[in-house]
Design a binder for this molecule. Sequence first.
Ligand code: NAD
Length: 291
Amino acid sequence: MVDKVGIIGAGQMGSGIAHVAAVAGLEVVLSDVTMDRAKAGLETIDQNLGRQVAKGKLSPEDMKAALGRIALADNIPALSDCDLVIEAATENEQVKVSIFKELCKTLKKDALIASNTSSISITRLAATTDRPEHFMGVHFMNPVPVMKLVELIRGIATTDETFERFKTFCDRLDKTTAVSEDFPAFIVNRILLPMINEAIYTLYEGVGNVEAIDTAMKLGANHPMGPLQLADFIGLDTCLSIMQVLYEGLADSKYRPCPLLVKYVEAGWLGRKSGRGFYDYRGEGEPTPTR
Ligand SMILES: NC(=O)c1ccc[n+]([C@@H]2O[C@H](COP(=O)([O-])OP(=O)(O)OC[C@H]3O[C@@H](n4cnc5c(N)ncnc54)[C@H](O)[C@@H]3O)[C@@H](O)[C@H]2O)c1
């Protein structure tokens, strides 16, 4: 039985997972590298819960109770008595491996571990822990409180019991699950990211500007968001990491990350979270295209 959930990384995804877990009645420990980052995650949750209350989807009492179930931490040993821990830190294999090494030193032996990675091999991450049979990929979509889907990815050693326990956990969060095999970027990002990368090539080659590309895909393909707007929303560093994993993992030149994407990431223009990407979000009004 899962009562207490630990979350590592209080960014866009970690705070979203903490949000839905707390609303579902679970105790949550949300941790990041500093208390300030953990607090920023809690502020995001506070705002997003407030929006749900304003829309009548949640009562003010339930919001207060959910916030009361979230504890903050700036260290990994603080998660030692959790029943299930989800790693949602930066999409970088070295970062994730060092987190798992530290986590396994103190986490209780029967606890489950998951990674929210968008693309990195679950089998390889599992092998760096002391419990590959109790490890899985649990890939939430952004924004977590809104998006229904969670991709479940088994590593080679994941037991049926672990799979069922994670499935029950996702059911409790009122999410729908889709099972993916452990191949680079799984299902959603294997299809979505090459589309976004192609949109960036379209911009790079001057086929259209930011506005034209996003308008074309919104009105011409009925996408709710343009691909460049979506890239900013995901985070351009995350998009680049996923393309690199596809490129290296599948050894096919069709996944080559667009040089313009690399340039934006090198500039620190990471999209919404840094204030600027394919759009500039720093002004008061509507975001303005940067190309
Ligand atoms: N952004 C998306 O749309 C999306 C969707 C699904 C999955 N993901 C995956 O979720 C994970 C997180 O992505 P995000 O968009 O929330 O990134 P983000 O940049 O918003 O947040 C990452 C957080 O991890 C923290 N962090 C880094 N190293 C850490 C450490 N050693 N210990 C604790 N915290 C640490 C950072 O301080 C930051 O707050 C990635 O693996 C990403 O691929 C992202």
